[in-house]
Every structure is written in structure tokens, then in C-alpha cells.
Design a protein around this ligand. Structure first.
Ligand code: RIB
Ligand code: CA
Length: 309
């Protein structure tokens, strides 16, 4: 099977952790590097979480630390969802894995300059690193195959009444990415809220009995406790893993091409994503928006993948 060269830009993060485990388990993904963003928690924590995840489960992958704040705003984090460390109460074993000396933007530039084929960039956190890269190295845009992004929503926000977290943290960066002209596959809350794991399915993952399943259970269970307390739910949406799942099997998703933009000036709507499913604005349909998923197939993919690590 032809390998898919990817770079993952993420802010681990409970669901980012599951996305990374899913990526590590499936060798069809040729992971050219992981660039770390600030979002769920401070850049120091997201970088350390990434270092330990890679060091324990896929030690050859390069890691580059990214921007510690959004382009213009102060950083907004979500420790109430992901815990102070960023992965709940999960304790990842120590590892000798080292972070690259290049920062995320320079690592992206070096990797894309040297690439012999286009690279897919997966984004599961605020888009600051990618926006700075696009502004600094516009000539390298042609080396990007596409963006696969978790972010946005047309069904209401999870940070404000209208804004989803990844966009809200740095809407200006998201605006630069949405206007980049690069092909975009978007996994908004429209689809990720349908990609949930139920209690019994989580216990099946725990029963695998490996370090990977222990880490996955701890990360998901922590997020589940937030959704139980906040929304009274007995299931937890797996936002970020949808991006990797799409690359592994796009057939378990449904979607629609649409014009997508980000609100930057609304007093109450800053960070809202306008997803024009019905083409009311007659603008170029710049994004394939995923809005449905075969949940059972998704959960089976997660279980089978974690079992392989
Ligand atoms: O809104 C969900 C997104 O925000 C996910 O990427 C989660 O990790 C948080 O970053
Ligand atoms: Ca994330």
C-alpha cells in the first residue's frame, strides 16, 4: 500500500493523544514529524506530553516545539477539560527522546523543502504554527498535499455559544489557513460529536492490557469525566482522532464541499466558523466539511489500532 507522508501539528491533549496513538499504530502513515502547538495546555506541557508519547511509542519521529501564544491574542487553555498536565492523570514513563533544535516553523520549512513528494499536514490544535509557516514560506505551500483539520462548528461552539476551541484560540491563524488555497478536509464538531466512545467500549480498550491501552484509557476516561460532569453524557467525543481516521479510511465519513470562513470581528461571535453548506454566499467552496461518520467502524478502528501498539 502506498504510504501517506504526513506531519502532525497538535496540542496533546487527551484526544490529541488518541490521534497520535492511532497514527503510530498504522504504518501506512509515514510521519515526517510532529510540530507542537499551545492550546489545551501551555506549550511546555504539550511539548513534554508529545516527547513522552513519541519516546514510549514511536521513538524515531522528530518533534519540534511551536509557538507559545496565538498571533495576536493572549493564550486560552483548557485544563478543565484535559487536566493541568494535558493528559489527565496519565503518567507516561520517562524517555530519553529529545526535541529538535529547530522550532516548529523552521522544521516545517526544512522538511517540506527536502520532501520529494507532497506532504499532508494534520492539524488538531490552534493553527498558529501553520499560519506563521504559510506567512514566512509562501513558496513552500506547493509542497503541501492538503490540510486535514479538527476545528470549527456549524452546530454551536464549545468555548463560546458559537466558537469551537481550536479556532477560538487563534481565529486569525485559522483565517490564514482557510484562505491559503491549499486543499482542506475539515472535521468540525458537526462530525466529531458523533465520533463518541461509550463506557463499555472504553472498558474494552482498557482490557487490552498494554501500556498504550492504559494511556488511551486514562486519556479518554479523563475527558469522559469532564463530559459527564459538564453535559451529563456517558460517552466522550473523539475530536482529533477523526483527522487520522479520515486518512486511514475516508469511506467511514460523509461530507460536503462548502465555503468556510472564520469570524474575526464579532463582539460575541469571534472564532465562529461560517460553514456555508447551502451555498448562500456563492463563494468558492474551499473546504470538504465532514459531517457524518460510521461510529461503529471508527471505534473498531481505534480498538484494533491501540491493540497493535
Ligand atoms: O474542540 C476540540 C478541540 O479542542 C480538540 O482538538 C481538543 O484537543 C481541543 O484542542
Ligand atoms: Ca487538540
Amino acid at each position: 500500500m502506498k504510504k501517506i507522508p504526513v506531519i502532525i501539528d497538535c496540542d496533546p491533549g487527551c484526544d490529541d493523544t488518541i490521534a497520535l496513538l492511532l497514527a503510530f499504530a498504522n504504518k501506512v502513515l509515514d510521519i515526517k514529524g510532529i510540530t507542537v502547538s499551545a492550546g489545551n495546555v501551555h506549550i511546555n506541557n504539550t511539548t513534554e506530553n508529545t516527547r513522552r508519547l513519541v519516546g514510549n511509542f514511536s521513538s524515531e519521529i522528530n518533534i519540534a516545539r511551536g509557538c507559545e501564544k496565538p498571533l495576536f491574542k493572549t493564550i486560552v487553555t483548557a485544563p478543565e477539560v484535559h487536566g493541568e498536565s494535558g493528559i489527565g492523570n496519565v503518567t507516561l514513563p520517562e524517555t530519553k527522546k529529545e526535541i529538535e533544535k529547530l522550532n516548529a516553523v523552521e522544521y516545517l520549512a526544512k522538511t517540506l523543502k527536502e520532501a520529494t513528494e507532497k506532504i499532508t499536514i494534520v492539524i488538531t490544535g490552534p493553527m498558529t504554527n501553520i499560519a506563521v509557516f504559510l506567512m514566512t514560506y509562501p513558496e513552500l505551500k506547493e509542497k503541501i498535499e492538503k490540510f486535514v483539520i479538527m476545528g470549527g462548528s456549524s452546530i454551536g461552539g464549545n468555548v463560546t455559544p458559537t466558537a469551537e476551541f481550536n479556532i477560538y484560540v487563534d481565529a486569525e491563524a485559522a483565517d490564514i489557513v482557510f484562505k491559503s488555497g491549499v486543499e482542506i478536509i475539515l472535521c468540525p464538531l458537526d462530525v466529531t460529536m458523533k465520533a463518541f466512545i461509550k463506557d463499555d467500549e472504553l472498558l474494552k480498550i482498557k482490557s487490552i492490557g498494554s501500556l498504550a491501552s492504559e494511556v488511551a484509557f486514562g486519556a479518554i476516561d479523563h475527558a469522559l469525566s469532564f463530559y459527564k460532569q459538564t453535559y451529563g453524557r456517558d460517552s466522550v467525543p473523539m475530536h482529533d482522532p477523526c483527522t487520522i481516521a479520515y486518512l486511514l479510511n475516508p469511506n467511514i465519513f460523509e461530507g460536503k464541499k462548502a465555503f468556510v470562513a472564520t469570524e474575526l470581528r464579532g463582539e460575541f461571535t469571534y472564532g465562529e466558523t461560517i460553514i456555508d453548506y447551502n451555498d448562500k454566499l456563492k463563494r468558492t467552496k474551499n473546504v470538504l466539511v465532514l459531517n457524518n461518520i460510521n461510529r461503529e467502524a471508527f471505534v473498531e478502528m481505534l480498538y484494533d489500532s491501540i491493540k497493535k501498539i
